[in-house]
Write a protein that binds this ligand. Structure first.
Ligand code: SAM
Length: 230
């Protein structure tokens, strides 16, 4: 069951690569009208500002880097970025958009990934929500092993908010972690989507060994900073 969902998630994001940015930029099925879109972008600004406040880093690792929406923010605060994603299709979009010698891309299934070095900052946006809950602690342990002592993590994810997703996606309730997602052409995939409460995520991060601080924006996002202290 889990392996099947993990594979479907990979296939879903590969097939969605060229239309992925419509979600973040509130276009097409994700355009919920001016009031909700303004809210969304204001809250994105809160995330960007929190990220910038972390300071500058030499070596950054970005997990599930996608089409570069956040990789381009990381370029402002980092000298070198290692960007990992399972989809060659999103990697090519990211590479084309950023066109930066500072970013090194690797096509890797994160469920098979083993960290082989440490970074100053490990960043992952809209990724933890796709990790099946039974794998979350093991996955966070790998993240812990990829951060140097004194280094940081920064995570961003979705809050449970129906206007966050496409207008033809149904958010049944926030307990149902197996959800259906459609492409613009109607093709449907089953994926995992977990909406963490701040205290839940904090507990997982502390268990992994981080000193953690988890916050939410008014409607759409949950974000966390963590420091490896021991
Ligand atoms: C919701 S998107 C987030 C992308 C990017 N972080 C952002 O914020 O725009 C999830 C990303 O995870 C990638 N992904 C899905 N399953 C994966 C896996 N098993 N290993 C690595 N990446 C995976 C997808 O290709 C996609 O780029």
């Amino acid at each position: 069951m889990i392996n099947n969902i993990i594979q479907q998630q990979i296939e879903y994001y590969r097939a969605r690569a060229s239309e992925y940015d419509e979600w973040f930029y509130r276009q097409g099925r994700y355009d919920r009208g001016e009031m909700f879109n303004t809210r969304w972008f204001n809250e994105v600004d809160v995330l960007k500002s929190a990220l910038r406040q972390l300071g500058k880093f030499n070596d950054i690792l970005e997990l599930a880097s996608g089409t570069g929406i956040w990789t381009q923010e990381l370029l402002n605060i980092g000298n070198k970025i290692t960007a990992i994603d399972a989809s060659q299709e999103v990697i090519e979009i990211n590479r084309y958009k950023l066109n930066s010698p500072k970013v090194n891309y690797h096509q890797v299934n994160l469920f098979e990934w083993e960290p082989n070095r440490e970074y100053d900052l490990v960043f992952f946006s809209f990724w933890l929500s796709h990790v099946p809950p039974e794998l979350i602690d093991a996955f966070l342990e790998k993240i812990y092993n990829s951060v140097r002592l004194g280094g940081k993590i920064f995570a961003i994810d979705s809050r449970y908010e129906p206007t966050s997703t496409a207008n033809n996606h149904t958010l049944k309730d926030n307990k149902d972690i197996y959800v259906s997602r459609k492409l613009n052409n109607g093709q449907e995939y089953q994926i995992v989507k977990v909406f963490y409460q701040p205290e839940q995520l904090q507990t997982h991060l502390i268990k992994a060994g981080f000193q953690a601080d988890v916050k939410v924006t008014d409607n759409y996002f949950i974000y966390a900073t963590g420091t490896k202290v021991v």
